[in-house]
Ligand binder design. Structure first.
Ligand code: ZN
Length: 212
């Protein structure tokens, strides 16, 4: 997005049919880039009704989670790789009254979250390495998406399976077919010359067709 006009942009995204706003929060330590703090998210919160989710690419999630809850995020995603006490961190997010989610980097096996499946409302399988927008989709993640889909089925819980990174009309069918039901799109939406509504509709249609 154009960071100089985020307020208008979230309004335009809601009007264009986006189901949620996904905030990529980078701390300059866990990932080399530095992005959005809670005050920015808080200032955008009154502009739209759709849920906000914070994808925390940070080294100290426990310290920062309450700030992002206060900023108005409905779902907080933390990285398996960044949380020494992942089980406790996810419980703490639930105790703050919002939904916990866990994120897996491309190199992290699905089995590492086996023992927190009872605590999460969403699993995010990264389809790029986190840190920058505009990277190419990693298709070897599809096997892991299938593994996570099986773990969700085994859990018997209503857990969303999200994918994030390099997703656009040409790439979304395979992860959707593998089991993903939530798709994060950045570049594919913001760089579509035909606008946000066109991009969101086309990606959703391609994903739903693959899941049918
Ligand atoms: Zn993200």
């Amino acid at each position: 997005a154009d960071f100089s006009r985020l307020g208008e942009t979230v309004e335009e995204l809601e009007q264009a049919g986006a189901d949620r706003i996904h905030w990529d929060v980078m701390d300059g330590v866990f990932v080399p880039n530095l992005t959005i703090g809670p005050d920015v998210i808080h200032s955008c919160r009154p502009r739209v009704e759709i849920p906000f989710e914070a994808h925390l690419m940070v080294i100290d999630a426990d310290e920062l989670v309450p700030r992002y809850v206060e900023a108005g995020c409905d779902l907080i995603l933390v990285h398996q790789e960044a949380c020494v006490h992942l089980h406790r961190t996810l419980q703490n997010i639930r105790d703050l009254g919002v939904s916990p989610g866990v994120v897996l980097n491309p190199a992290t096996p699905a089995s590492t979250i086996e023992h927190v499946m009872d605590l999460v409302d969403q699993v995010l399988v990264m389809t790029v390495n986190p840190g920058f927008g505009g990277q190419a989709y990693i298709e070897t993640m599809e096997h892991k998406i299938r593994q996570v889909a099986e773990m969700i089925a085994t859990s018997g819980r209503d857990i969303d399976l999200e994918v994030d990174g390099g997703l656009a009309v040409p790439t979304v069918a395979a992860p959707a077919e593998a089991g993903a039901n939530v798709v994060v799109a950045g570049s594919a939406v913001f760089k579509d010359p035909d606008g946000f509504h066109h991009a969101i509709s086309a990606i959703r249609d391609a994903a739903l067709a693959a899941r049918a």
